[in-house]
Ligand binder design. Sequence first.
Ligand code: FPP
Length: 269
Amino acid sequence: MQETIPAGLDRKEAEAYQRLDPARLPKHIAIIMDGNGRWARRRHLPRIAGHRAGVAAVRSTVETAARIKIPALTLYAFSEENWKKRPRSEVEFLMGLLCRYLKQEVPTLNKNNIRLEYIGRQHELPPVVQQKMEWARQATAQNSGMVLTLALNYSARTELVDAFRSLVDAASRNGGLNHLQIDEESVSRNLYTRHLPDLDFVIRTSGEMRLSNFLLWQLAYAEIHVTPTLWPEFRGVHLLESIADYQKRERRYGGLTTDGHSPSRVSRS
Ligand code: FPP
């Protein structure tokens, strides 16, 4: 089906890519990276070893997504619940890991023309982490290829609360609540993801069938793929295989199927 293989794919990735239709790649993929702890437990290692191993999966997935020209990739790195409920030592390790990742990865992000962004309540993170995040964001701001968005201290419900608050604040600054206008457009424009295209596809690793408070508004019409692969074992080739699954689906957005069935006869889009 495919003639030109993007530069930089390894043999397995090239084989998987050849099974894809390059005209129907998702424009925005989000990944719930899960299973670091289980990966470590199976090896009798501490949980942090799983997070450390997860960085290699991030690197491989990001590079492959950029090589095949996915416009936007969003990774759920750290939820608000992780931040508030995990042991302090694990949270501190994750913060350190993030800072090291940003420092090491900026040259590669630039080489691959990737722009870095964040979603989540950044201002609640430790100042030193915020500074490193801002440094990496600015260091990649000129890139025009894929947007890599890291969800850090992120919660979808908090995002909606923040969006409604900013709508109300804007109305009270501009003539009062009589001027408050709330519709789908204005809510979308006030979400953390306003810089991103609509979400087409979400992948969750490690087999759990949950959305875990991730991009709940944006997921309205997204396709979902759950793989048993634990995050530290996930690589670019798994991303390509997931996209092959995405391309088997027929997206209907609540309309009719191509053979004229109403969505009530088949599962709802
Ligand atoms: C979920 O696994 C994973 C996390 C809470 C952290 C994700 C972090 C990484 C993938 C590495 C660092 C990322 C960046 C962007 C530098 P879990 O601990 O909940 O696993 P479990 O469900 O098996 O316990």
